[in-house]
Design a protein around this ligand. Structure first.
Ligand code: PLP
Length: 468
């Protein structure tokens, strides 16, 4: 399989090069040259298989011949062997036609583990084979950071710098990052927002000299391999509810658009997805886009669902590429306009294509607390604020009522215990495997929102550790 950039001027790459590059050299995002198909019978077989076997079926065509089948199988099985639930991604019925896909049984209790546990292993496999090392830099609004750290800690081929917005992640999230004691992990608290962190990462990638000197690599949701690994849980859940013989819909608490775009990928491969519902918090750029056809940036505001406090949904670029008929020139122009003026408008056809499959629902903090309380009172389930937005979106979107909707639970309630307790009076306990989180020492460096300061820090740390 070859991968092409959404902006059309970077050369196409094979799977491993795409994995290691993250962002394309022209600033675009990689997508496979064509979409492999999962035949109806393959979907039916997946319904009865363990998660890791389903993952292999979905992933193998994207990897192609670059990793031998037995080696890939071993990496995939190992990735999901340590999860805290035997089904890995259990589906729970919440009500009539409403299902919850629990994606919080990985080591850091958020859905990002489902991709990053595999991506970390794929990185190590590729780099070890090549005898190379890379510097991973990632911006996190809370959950990516800890999931990346758990996936990359102590891997010999990787030095990792994780930027989080200072004071804007929950205490559990911060401690999950800063208490990991591994010499190759460097936590940076940036005096700014998540979008500032993301801009710093993008600027470092855009600095060709710096990028080459430190062999920069990304495990952010802009990395194609993460999207690929996330397509698995859409396929597995859809098959479990009867696909291909029954259509399904998904409702997804959305920030950077990486999770829900993986739902689009599952559909492109043949899963009969009736609708994809975007759940937004008050940072509702995507919901406004679905309503108006214009992507218009506003300042980020802090909410109860910090992983969604985002105004630049990087992965939307991938969907725009598809909505525009894979017109890379059009995508590059729209992205340049967005960067310069904070807005761009979809063409009538792009917007129609968007609305044909996507719907979007926003929910403020009051509504989030109300939903957490209602779900607790009616089902006994404690849900986190992100998940509440997904469930609310599932219940309030334009949909065919005969089609079951799967709301995605993106975090364990114990990651956001204060919000859950305020809404329900019940405090969700941390799973036993995280015991000790509040006793361990924290390690992080505070830096200003300044490219030179962050680059200088990376330079010093890498020269000490001897990477690059
Ligand atoms: C990352 C994250 C999201 C947003 O996912 P995107 O792929 O950025 O849209 C939602 N909820 C939680 C708990 C997350 O960690």
């Amino acid at each position: 399989m070859r991968y092409v950039s959404t902006r059309g001027t970077a050369r196409s790459l094979g799977f491993e090069d795409t994995l290691l590059a993250g962002l394309a050299e022209d600033g675009g995002l990689y997508l496979p040259e064509s979409w492999p198909a999962l035949a109806p019978d393959a979907l039916r077989e997946i319904a009865g298989q363990p998660y890791a076997e389903a993952a292999l079926r979905v992933i193998a065509p994207f990897v192609g011949a670059e990793i031998a089948a037995p080696a890939l199988a071993a990496l995939v099985r190992d990735s999901y062997s340590g999860f805290g639930h035997r089904a890995v991604a259990p589906l729970k019925q919440l009500g009539e036609g409403l299902w919850l896909l629990e994606l919080f049984h990985g080591p850091t209790l958020a859905f990002k583990d489902y991709a990053l546990q595999l991506v970390g292993r794929l990185f190590d496999h590729a780099l070890a084979r090549r005898g190379e090392r890379v510097t991973v830099i990632a911006a996190t609004s809370g959950d990516t950071g800890s999931a990346a750290i758990e996936a990359l800690k102590d891997r010999a081929s990787v030095e990792a710098f994780i930027l989080h917005p200072k004071g804007r992640v929950s205490e559990v999230q911060r401690r999950q990052m800063t208490t990991v004691d591994a010499a190759n992990i460097h936590n940076v608290a940036v005096e700014g927002t998540f979008d500032d962190c993301q801009d710093l990462v993008k600027a470092m990638f855009a600095d060709a000299r710096f990028r080459r000197e430190f062999r920069l690599s990304a495990v952010n949701s802009i990395n194609w391999a993460r999207i690929m690994a996330q397509a698995v849980f859409y396929v597995a859940a859809g098959a479990a509810l009867g696909a291909p013989d029954r259509r399904v819909a998904f409702a997804v608490p959305t920030g950077n658009f990486g999770n829900i775009f993986a739902g689009w990928v599952a559909r492109a491969m043949g899963l009969p997805v009736e609708r994809l519902v975007i759940g937004s918090n008050r940072n509702d750029i995507l919901t406004r886009f679905v309503e108006t056809g214009e992507m218009a940036m506003r300042p980020v505001e802090a909410s109860l669902s910090p992983a969604m406090d985002i105004q630049v949904s990087s992965n939307f670029e991938r969907l725009l590429f598809e909505l525009s008929g894979r017109n890379a020139e059009r995508v590059a122009a729209a992205m340049a306009e967005f960067r310069a003026g904070g807005r761009f408008r979809a063409s009538a056809e792009e917007w129609r294509g968007m609305r044909a499959l996507f719907d979007a629902v926003r929910l403020d903090d009051e509504g989030t607390k109300r939903t957490i309380r209602e779900i607790y009172e009616t089902t006994g389930e404690l849900i986190d604020p992100h998940t509440a937005i997904g469930i609310h979106a599932a219940l309030h979107a334009r949909r065919d009522p005969r089609v079951p909707v799967i709301a995605i639970a993106t975090a364990h309630p114990a990651k956001f215990p204060d919000a859950v307790e305020a809404a329900t009076g019940a405090r969700p306990p941390l799973p036993a495997r995280l015991a000790g989180l509040f006793d361990r020492a924290e390690r992080f460096t505070v830096l200003p929102n300044d490219l030179g300061a962050v680059q200088g820090f990376i330079r010093r740390r890498v020269s000490v550790q001897g990477a690059a």
